[in-house]
Write a protein that binds this ligand. Structure first.
Ligand SMILES: NC(=O)c1ccc[n+]([C@@H]2O[C@H](COP(=O)([O-])OP(=O)(O)OC[C@H]3O[C@@H](n4cnc5c(N)ncnc54)[C@H](OP(=O)(O)O)[C@@H]3O)[C@@H](O)[C@H]2O)c1
Length: 295
């Protein structure tokens, strides 16, 4: 039976999504450090209530001490992220450009904007993977559940990798060492193929009779092998990970894309993400990005 890797998770942002993720990460057995924008004393009580077991610290402490750092603060506050403390770290960018809280920002509202690539530029010493941004915090809270058969050897029971139903075949994110395991996005354009743990197949293969519904899926965009480490973590949080390709593909998960807000299983999410170029938003984004690349 493969051992779960015990990690220290740092969460920058102790608001709606940060506290839910803290709770899920504690439940998954990790050490969790969570920070707001200032004095940890200000969030201590809220953390005790909403995410018991997590520890309130400064953003710098969370960044320095964590193995994986989740950005769960308003995107517009990116300049306050302690970038130097993130050198060498794996960073999950859960942020979105949300004009109501971030204010109108020309750069982010341009259809060519890829906000996680923007964050990667601002954090040159870190490796940024986009994930946990497309599902609302209520759904993150309500839909998390253990993988079917998680009492079985994680290395073989993983988010199911056996499926070869064509539409979704690919990504092994089997619960082995994240550095070496997982999502094979090789030889694909990272979008049209690969990387789908097959939710429905998994449910059939491991069903015990009490729960055959697929879990909800979380899409992940980022480089390998970091995306696979994130996939393993997301599986532990209670969702089927769906690696969709490199960081640039995160545009398929941003506000206005169909997948933004999605709380569906991996097969349906895969189809939705593949459908992006056929949508009005997809055409707009891809044309704008093509124009940027050419110009
Ligand atoms: N809400 C959702 O359902 C959801 C789902 C997925 C992703 N997201 C994304 O997640 C991010 C957070 O959303 P939210 O709804 O959780 O916002 P929120 O409830 O307003 O919480 C934002 C948190 O970020 C903290 N913060 C600000 N600057 C910080 C810094 N430099 N270091 C550490 N923490 C800092 C704030 O602390 P102070 O109070 O001290 O300023 C606050 O705790 C956004 O980018 C959003 O688009 C949201």
């Amino acid at each position: 039976m493969s051992e779960r890797i015990h990690r220290t998770i740092g969460i920058l942002g102790a608001g709606k999504v940060g506290t839910v993720l803290a709770r899920l990460a504690v439940a998954a057995g990790h050490d969790v450090l969570i920070a707001g924008s200032g004095d940890p004393g200000k969030i201590k009580l809220i953390v005790q209530i909403l995410a018991p077991g997590a520890r309130a610290v400064t953003a710098r402490e969370a960044a320095e001490q964590a193995d994986i750092v989740i950005l769960a603060l308003p995107l517009g506050k990116y300049a306050s992220i302690p970038a130097d403390a993130l050198d060498g770290k794996l960073v999950i960018d859960a942020m979105n450009y949300w004009w109501e809280t971030d204010g109108e920002n020309e750069e982010f509202s341009d259809p060519s904007a890829s906000t996680s690539e923007f964050i990667q530029e601002k954090l040159p010493g870190a490796t940024v993977v986009k994930a946990l941004n497309h599902m609302g915090y209520h759904d993150l809270e309500d839909l998390a559940r253990p993988r079917q058969g998680s009492g079985v050897d994680g290395a073989t029971a993983g988010p199911d990798t056996s499926g070869t139903d064509g539409a979704t075949a690919g990504a092994g994110t089997s619960g082995t060492d994240g550095a070496t395991a997982g999502a094979d996005t090789s030889g694909t354009d990272g979008v049209a193929a690969g990387a789908a743990p097959t939710r429905a197949e998994g449910a059939r293969a491991t069903a015990t009779g009490q729960d055959t519904e697929p879990r909800a899926a979380i899409a992940i965009a980022g480089p390998s092998p970091h995306a696979e480490i994130v996939a393993e973590f997301i599986d532990e949080l209670g969702f089927d990970p769906l690696v969709i390709g490199p960081l640039a593909e995160g545009v398929r998960l941003q506000p206005y894309a169909e997948a933004f807000g999605a709380n569906i299983d991996a097969v349906a999410l895969r189809a939705m993400i593949d459908h992006f170029p056929e949508t009005d938003r997809g055409r707009l984004v891809l044309a704008a990005r093509g124009a940027t690349a050419e110009g």
